[in-house]
Ligand binder design. Sequence first.
Ligand SMILES: Nc1ncnc2c1ncn2[C@@H]1O[C@H](COP(=O)(O)OP(=O)(O)OP(=O)(O)O)[C@@H](O)[C@H]1O
Ligand SMILES: [Mg+2]
Length: 310
Amino acid sequence: MLLNPTPIVFFGGKGGVGKTTLANATAFALAAAGRETLLVSTDPAHNLGHVWGTELADAPTPVRPHLSLMELDPARTTEEHLARVRRSMEDLMPRHLRGEVHKHIELARQSPGTHEAALLERMAQVLGEQANYAHIVFDTAPSGHTARLMALPEIMAAYTDGLLARREKADKFGAALRGLSGPDPVEERNRKIRATLLQRRRRFELLRNELSNPQRTTFYLVATAERLPVLESVEFHGQLSASGVHVGGIFLNRRVPEGADAFLSGRRAAEEEAIALLRERLPGLAMWNVPWLPHDAGSPEAIAEIAAYL
Ligand SMILES: Nc1ncnc2c1ncn2[C@@H]1O[C@H](COP(=O)(O)OP(=O)(O)OP(=O)(O)O)[C@@H](O)[C@H]1O
Ligand SMILES: [Mg+2]
């Protein structure tokens, strides 16, 4: 195996380029080398189960020696996240505001960002709970969605920092107004709010530290050797680097095999042009060529075949 991946590995790229196939092949190769591996799909449109011909759930299912798979359930993840937020809000708000809490949660369920925050929290949980695996490989949703997700821990940390600073000011002001020292119910509630915010802050910071530590996390791009996926990869590379995520290289999937007839050599030449563009825009980035299989790639046998190119 050419790759010597970090404990946490991500595969990302444009829709349909082969993220799931290469995440599978990597997990397969790691497991074949005897390393305990967990492959996690974060894409709401799961298809890991289709490849392995088995029903998967939001908990690890072993499929072969040293290899388990799980598919994060986005609906359950969001509901659990909202239930947690509701519990802490109810703890913190006076009783007569329960109706307001309910309204807020209903709004949050529909609002943009909620699913991403929930997914991120679930990923942090998986990393915490499944620490006994040597490798956790994430198969992600198409680029746009994942780029936002990778930037989110930073944004969430800054957001909670802002809330904490505002609380601090309000607390000081309130204490001065009341002219009180020592325990009082308002002070007690404020202390709880601060503790809750700090806990979230720590969780996001932990995730951010994991994602931005090149010893811990590597992000592999996947593209086909065509102009548009190449340009999208260059942009995605920039967004990931800006979020502090280490990009380990790019897989050029579905390469037309060499030595075919005129039509295929034409396709192959077009691929070479796109790769030249990639080399020019991202010089020095590691690249792997994965040939276009003459048969279907959606089975464990085909995944084993692709694993031989990693
Ligand atoms: N090297 C290959 N040779 C032949 N078929 C391939 C190869 N790589 C991927 N495929 C096939 O191409 C299709 C898309 O691949 P895959 O599902 O891995 O892409 P994806 O990037 O995960 O897609 P999505 O964005 O929908 O999640 C699948 O049917 C897969 O089996
Ligand atoms: Mg996929």
